[in-house]
Design a protein around this ligand. Sequence first.
Ligand code: GLV
Ligand code: MN
Ligand code: MN
Length: 425
Amino acid sequence: MRDSVTRRPGRTLRIAGDRLLAAIRDLGAIGATADGGVTRLAFTDEDLRGRKLVHDLMVGAGLQTRIDSAANIIGYRPGQRQDLPVLMLGSHIDTVPNGGALDGAYGVLAAVEVARALDEHGTLLSHPLAVVAFNNEEGAFGTRGMWGAHAMVGALDETDLAAADDRGRPVADLLTEMGGDPGRLDQAVWAADEVAAYFELHIEQGPVLESRNVRIGVVEAITGRSTLDVTVRGKASHAGTTPMELRQDALVAAAQVILAVRDLAGRNGPVRVATVGSLSLAPNAWNVVPGIVTMQVDLRDVSESAMRQAAARLRGEILEIAMRTGTAIDVAGQNSVPAVSCDLGLRDVIAAASESLNLSHLTLPSGAGHDAQVIGRIAPIGMIFVPSRGGISHAPEEHSAGDDLIAGANVLLQSVLGYDERYAN
Ligand code: GLV
Ligand code: MN
Ligand code: MN
């Protein structure tokens, strides 16, 4: 940090747009796929390389860095008032398989740029600032999503640590490889009075802002999510010699489960959206009737009771499918993240920041999950969205215009300054 510091930079401070876009390109090159996507799953070599890049950028921004025991990367900047709780910014840098370069990474890199802008202009906030790259938001290899954020709010226990990923690797080992310390997970926990507020900047991942031609989204609430692990056990047997009526085909049963999941959403279903996005079968050979299928079900709604109702209805239908198909079907491992409202005061700060930059803004809900909704258990949260081309994300076609990415980062910067001014007393 510079020696001479000024208290208030005014409303003219801006992030370095070209540098932000270059950082997004550099991080997006790690794990880049042939069709323009990015595969940088948590707990992989690509993740480690991405984490190193982000760590180095944090150091370059004058942040004091550390990796906590849950393998979150934290960059810290003291405030003028060390008695105040920390103003936290962050998102994640892991991706889904063949996802985009912006989901998560944009929010982390923009937050680092915000810290760097403050550093370069010698601006000391009243609040201490922390920039966090949360570990494993996407739930790589079937693990619990928002892992690092859950650790920070003390929502993980021995079961989460004892879990293995879908390759059979203990999560505790994966954590150690990322620089975490599974034996001291409690040290990653933040108390509610340690975090003043949390802001997360993210691409919208949906079509609303683009279709309305609005530059900035002020998020009002983040959808809840419930994940179920379903295992179908049939009997593997010869595809040529086993008569159709004697089969216990796990995949045929799984297909019926998938349709039942689809029907949980829509006109007569209790939830907003329901998806089976992950499925594996064994022995997975063309000449063997499938013996075992495992899949993950993702249910989302703002209402907890709707998700509970959907899970109960699915369990009932699964019993019938198991009877019809001669299979045994288990439903286990239900993890849910409740819906969370964004703080009205922070929404106001974001709206004011957008207006100060002459950017149109709109209030909207988030259908995607975010680290913010977990941090919302210990602090007020605010989320800023920028438009996504065609509303596409979790796919190589994910794209947002450079001008929008820069505008969003400036809204984050002005929100930080606005928050600090409004709440530092
Ligand atoms: C998180 O990326 C989600 O699946 O919404
Ligand atoms: Mn995502
Ligand atoms: Mn994300």
